[in-house]
Design a protein around this ligand. Sequence first.
Ligand code: BGC
Length: 432
Amino acid sequence: PTSPPPTTTPPPGQRVDNPYAGVQGYVNPEWKAKAESVAGGNRVSNNPTAVWLDRIAAINGTPDSSSNGAMGVRDHLDAALAQGAGYIQFVIYNLPGRDCSALASNGELGPDELPRYKSEYIDPIAAIQGEAKYRNLRIVNIIEIDSLPNLVTNTSGNAGGTVMCDTVKANGAYVNGVGYALAKLGAIGNVYNYIDAAHHGWIGWDSNFGPVADQLKAAAVASGSTVANVQGFIVNTANYSALKEPYVKITDTVNGQTVRQSKWADWNQYLDELSFAQAFRQKLVSIGFDSNIGMLIDTSRNGWGGTARPTGPGPSTSVDAYVDGGRVDRRFHTGNWCNQAGAGLGERPRANPEPGIDAYVWVKPPGESDGSSKEIPNSEGKGFDRMCDPTYTGNARNGNNMSGALPDAPISGAWFAAQFQQLMQNAYPALS
Ligand code: BGC
């Protein structure tokens, strides 16, 4: 039996099991305004989305940048109190040598700038989050997306290995940075840390699944942290992997071939995020994380509805025809991550949707670009990654497939109205 959601705030310093349960989430007024600038956006603009702290300046607010806005950490916390919100979500996203396997979200800190990460980024955030007036808010921190899994899958010896991933693996920047963030933020009694754990199309293979779990554990006990600083993990952050594949199961077979042998699955053990998240949770508990950890799934852009959504299984003529005809995730490849054409808004944020899942969340604010579709000079450290170029034919990390990206995209984090329109159009569940 599951316990009823908490209805009262626990005494300071005592965490609830699931910070999402029984309370309203903070609606970021800056995202809300952008959503409402597009016709029909008011149908979804009251959903909670995360606040991305994507550079040191974001702590005090970045009125001049193309992502985020003038509000800093304190402004958002004050606004959350004024809203009577029960929880607020921040993304801690500024590791040294950030985004080591891609270019669109490279950050401001070089690979050797761990000391600045600690003193100029984590420490000031912790000081604000720890202020007494916020003690009754549940403060959720999403810890460093797209970081630790890269140390397993995108270093030398892997087809997609990069020099930057080798560098941050060798110098410990990611492991020690994450450990420090967990320890410092986890010392605040009303803070809930969820570490990013990629998605099924990244670590759903046996060769990545266990090693990434071990890598997450190594970071959770680095820099003076312990596993007690980890309340859970998030999957599919800012990604497009389907929540559920209703018409194709990984255990299905066609003409004596298993779905795992299809081009799409390519021997992966999972086809969707829910099955992956639940299995990965078990794995993490088995290697020493608390047995009450919960998973989050970013459902901001994994809806895959609209007129092109399959309504039943594909034909049984071949395993590829079966999988490609029945899958709702319509990307060219599960490694595609930038501004995917055809995607829709996914499940609206809510607590306790499935066993082991603390919440469906919208961490990537829908309508904010993943990266520019051509080179756009900028002073925000954002590079041009060809995975955001619709004409690109791919690389080892996406099996040399087309990128599937929408055209005419601005730099990562900037508002992309055309994408937001399509996300609403292809929402699943559909918008009324
Ligand atoms: C960008 C950040 C932005 C975030 C949320 C990331 O891809 O690099 O600058 O804040 O997306 O949109």
